[in-house]
Design a protein around this ligand. Structure first.
Ligand SMILES: Nc1ncnc2c1ncn2[C@@H]1O[C@H](COP(=O)(O)OP(=O)(O)OP(=O)(O)O)[C@@H](O)[C@H]1O
Length: 282
């Protein structure tokens, strides 16, 4: 579902400075969109307006479909344990109790925090709390997913899971808009970029994958390969009917996960890269 902002103006309180002014923006489904700008430029404000958490004083915000948001700061002092909180939010977002529990357990497992499912949120470590903050936004598979510094505080494995979740959402037709201090976050995966400056938005080119960095080579056999693959790998058909995919090593986990979950199925023959210089056969 296409998201449209037209002439959007936002300020906090009457007489306050305009944080956003005359903002026009069209975001298509399937996009992974980076928002950047200096400290205090209004990135979080833009995400909150898109999330429907802050109201624009001027202009129109057209964001049909469901929305989910990871705030920059997650309120930790909630009277729930992690699983009850996720199940509760799943219900709020319209999932049945059964499906909500399954989705909550799915994300607890993917983030490696099943062991903390029964721990009150206020007693979780910062990193685990952040995983719950991200999981609450991922469980409903929203049409518009807004991530405000969502990677901050996550360990390496969880950052990889979030990268994968973003590409899965976009591949399923969702739209993802994110802010992150790491300029290389989702490099090679973003479809558009916007800079917030003096209340206005300026289109900037999407960040490309580091072509000079370490590469991973994945050889696959498939009836048909998905069109959009994480990391935009180079493709070379080989004489034996397999295809050689060449991707920045940073995207190899995400690419492999996507390949293994593809329909029609993709058979992964071998993986070779900086972590497996000799190659491995799954
Ligand atoms: N609830 C609020 N009430 C009043 N002013 C606010 C509020 N939230 C944000 N602001 C102000 O709006 C401006 C933009 O803030 P915002 O958090 O959107 O910027 P940002 O680009 O996300 O900043 P950062 O990179 O530091 O997170 C700042 O001057 C900030 O102080």
């Amino acid at each position: 579902m296409t998201v449209r902002l037209a002439g959007v103006g936002k300020r906090y309180g009457r007489g306050g400075p305009w944080i956003l002014q005359g903002v026009d923006l069209v975001l298509e489904p399937g996009g992974i969109v980076r928002v950047e700008g200096a400290n205090g430029s209004g990135k979080s404000t833009l995400l909150k307006v898109l999330a429907g958490i802050e109201r624009a004083e001027r202009g129109t915000v057209h964001a049909p479909g469901s929305r989910a948001y990871v705030p920059e700061r997650f309120p930790p002092a909630l009277p729930f344990d992690a699983r009850d909180y996720l199940c509760h939010l799943a219900r709020v977002r319209g999932l049945s109790a059964d499906r909500g529990r399954r989705r909550a357990d799915h994300w607890l497992e993917r983030f490696g925090i099943t062991g903390y499912a029964g721990t009150p949120i206020g007693r979780l470590s910062k990193g685990t709390c952040q995983k719950v903050a991200v999981a609450q936004a991922l469980l409903a598979e929203a049409d518009l997913l807004l991530l405000d510094e969502a990677w901050t505080g996550l360990d390496r494995a969880a950052r990889g899971e979030l990268d994968a979740a973003v590409t899965e959402r976009a591949a399923a037709g969702g739209l993802v808009v994110f802010v992150d201090h790491d300029p290389a976050r989702l490099a090679g995966l973003t479809t558009a970029g916007h800079l917030v400056s003096n209340g206005a938005l300026h289109a900037i080119p999407p960040v490309l994958a580091d072509q000079d960095g370490p590469r991973t080579v994945v050889v696959v056999r498939a009836e048909r390969l998905p069109e959009h693959l994480p990391g935009n790998p180079g493709r070379k058909p080989l004489a034996d009917g397999t295809v050689r995919l060449d991707v920045a090593a940073a995207h190899s986990d995400t690419l492999l996960r996507r390949l293994l979950n593809s329909t029609p199925p993709v058979h992964v023959h071998s993986v070779a890269g900086p972590e497996h210089p000799e190659g491995v056969r799954p």
